[in-house]
Write a protein that binds this ligand. Structure first.
Ligand SMILES: [Zn+2]
Length: 411
């Protein structure tokens, strides 16, 4: 069932987005784009991919950065090259040399996206594939040293993706997915999951909302709800890691929390950025608003098998379609490429080609993007989360839509 009828396509808050000029899905409209559940080989996105990749390599020639993170720095560009050619020895050597400044890391932050653990995780995988035992051991040792800090639930470490435990847990699970035998034990993973749940329960009790909402998290004293800093992202990761949760934790903590979060939806179908008074229906982007909820609902459907989660996700998808062509640009974090990934997630969950069509249209927007359209120029124009590497990652990923994964967010 589509929720289109219940979502407004009116110029609601066009301050933040352009009107979506693309025609929505119909079987006829989709025909030139989709062939047997994949992007057709004659499609513009596929045809122009090589040229786009070439012009990006030209821009990268003179690029240097002292930011080594995945989010805005060199490791994010390294991740893009890893996505392009994960088994090519020359490519892997180049990633290690150009994009992973492992010796420069300062043990500052624990997360995959904004901390040391992104470059360390990618470093572990690349050196594993290159059979470089020395660097591999170095990366695993460094990552392991962080476990003790992160599993301590009484520390003031937040739990979200960019600076908190979810971002660290992602790094461990990402390495375990690519390396065999998996270097991080079930016990280590479970200890991080338990710290997150414990911290969530503690805050819910402190806020006296534990009866209706057993888990709550905060970052900088705000209870954010979106994917980057908030609870929808945290729950999405916990559900991806569900084999480390007990039935009781899933049923008694996660499920009722999702039900509570669903009550916060605006009549437009979007979600607020945080709990509390003065909520405004502003953002529809990966970091805030409906996108994070869409992922949470899709993963909840895969976990609990309840179709209601699909309907809830469809409603998010419609908001993203109408309000997702953002004035902030084409980035993953708060731009059109990040929103395009939502449709790929929907396509993977429902196998309904309507969603693939919508993803292709948003990817086309990224492909045709010109600076005139942009109202904010990114500070880090080559980066994965704010710059060109994000939409480039999308254009590669959409060629294999059933296996596309939002980098640094989906496992
Ligand atoms: Zn953002």
């Amino acid at each position: 069932m589509s929720a289109s009828s219940s979502v407004s396509s009116s110029p609601y808050h066009e301050k933040y987005h352009f009107k979506n000029q693309y025609e929505d899905y119909s079987e006829d409209k989709a025909k030139p784009y989709i062939d047997n559940n994949a992007v057709s080989t004659t499609n513009r996105i596929t045809a122009k991919l090589a040229a786009k990749w070439g012009s990006m390599l030209d821009e990268l020639k003179d690029w240097t950065s002292t930011d080594y993170s995945v989010y805005t720095g060199t490791a994010g560009v390294g991740l893009l090259f890893f996505r392009k050619n994960p088994n090519d020895t020359r490519n892997l050597r180049n990633i290690r040399k150009q994009y992973l400044q492992l010796e420069q890391l300062k043990n500052k932050r624990v997360t995959f996206l904004c901390g040391d653990c992104g470059p360390l995780a990618l470093g572990a995988i690349v050196s594993y594939k290159l059979d470089d035992q020395k660097i591999y051991n170095f990366c695993i040792r460094k990552l392991t040293a962080f476990i003790k800090v992160v599993k301590n639930s009484s520390s003031d470490l937040p739990n979200e993706y960019l600076y908190g435990r979810a971002g660290f847990l992602y790094a461990l699970l990402f390495v375990n997915r690519h390396v065999s035998p998996a270097p991080f034990s079930d016990a280590a993973i479970t200890s991080i999951v338990s710290a997150m749940l414990h911290s969530g329960e503690k805050l819910a009790k402190h806020l006296k909302i534990e009866k209706e909402c057993p888990l709550m998290f905060q970052w900088h004293d705000s209870q954010y709800l979106g994917a980057a800093h908030g609870i929808s992202g945290i729950i999405y990761l916990l559900l991806q890691a569900r084999k480390y949760l007990t039935e009781a934790e899933l049923t008694n903590l996660i499920k009722p929390t999702i039900s509570f979060l669903s009550t916060l939806r605006f009549p437009t179908g979007n979600f607020p950025s945080s709990l509390g008074p003065g909520k405004q229906d502003k953002y529809v982007q990966w970091c805030h608003g409906a996108p994070g909820f869409l992922y949470m609902y899709c993963e909840a459907y895969r976990t609990f098998g309840d179709k209601h989660y699909i309907y809830a996700a469809e409603k998010c998808a419609d908001v993203i379609w109408f309000r997702g062509i953002l004035k902030k640009g084409y980035s993953l974090c708060h731009g059109v490429a990040g929103n395009a990934y939502c449709f790929l997630e929907m396509f993977q969950t429902t196998k309904d080609e309507r969603h693939l069509y919508r993803a292709i249209k948003f990817a086309e927007y990224c492909l045709d993007y010109t600076k005139q359209r942009e109202e904010c120029t990114p500070d880090r124009p080559m980066s994965l989360y704010e710059g060109i590497s994000g939409p480039m990652y999308l254009l590669l990923d959409i060629q294999d839509p059933l296996n596309a994964k939002f980098p640094g967010f989906t496992l």
